[in-house]
Design a protein around this ligand. Structure first.
Ligand code: ZN
Length: 198
């Protein structure tokens, strides 16, 4: 199966997880981008939650273990929806579920430097189909606890629903992507203005 290129616009690896649904705010058009385990692994590799050797190894695991494959997809989608509800909807119950997944992510991890002199980071005892979501949930919690979360914005398009950290100097970024939602909405506004003038 061909590798899907995930568009990354969020400005934070963990936040990219929230953008793995297309047209989130439209019931008819809503599109799932993490529909099977290889997609989840591609997403994790492209976002930096897996290195290329881990991507290959876990690909082999989910190819022969359909239960593990399904569990990975459910785990990733559940974290995504809980993280979205926590960060965008300010939903306390969802935050509790994120914290519960965060606790699970630490059970088999130790805090250590991969090489001398480096910052400490969470190192797993082994790489399993849980690993990509373990790393993503730590990223979600790190972001939620940092000042950067105040830059969190949602695309101004009516149905897009994608989110990003607005690091523009004047904090006036409106679109997930200027060339996608930005252009489409500008074209629509232009058309409306022309029609109004006729
Ligand atoms: Zn958008």
């Amino acid at each position: 199966m061909a590798t899907v290129r995930f568009v990354q616009v969020a400005g934070d690896p963990a936040l990219e997880l929230l953008n793995t649904v297309d047209w989130r705010l439209s019931e008819e058009r809503r599109g799932e981008l993490l529909g099977d385990a290889p997609r989840v692994l591609d997403w994790a590799a492209q976002t930096g939650f897996l290195d290329s050797a881990e991507r290959v190894r876990l690909g082999e695991v989910v190819d022969r273990d359909t239960d593990a494959a399904l569990a990975l997809v459910n785990d990733a989608q559940r974290l995504r929806e809980n993280a979205y509800a926590m960060l965008v909807g300010h939903d306390d119950a969802a935050a509790e579920r994120v914290v519960e997944r965060y606790r699970q992510s630490l059970v088999d991890a130790r805090l250590a430097a991969a090489t001398d002199g480096e910052a400490l980071r969470w190192l797993e005892a082994s790489t399993t189909p849980r690993t990509p979501v373990d790393r993503a949930v730590r990223g979600v919690v790190d972001l939620a606890r940092s000042d950067r979360v105040r830059l969190l914005q949602q695309c101004a398009d009516d149905v897009c629903g994608w989110v990003y950290l607005d690091t523009s100097p004047r904090h006036n970024r409106r679109w997930c992507s200027a060339s996608d939602c930005g252009d489409r909405n500008r074209a629509r506004a232009y058309y409306r203005r022309r029609r109004a003038a006729e």
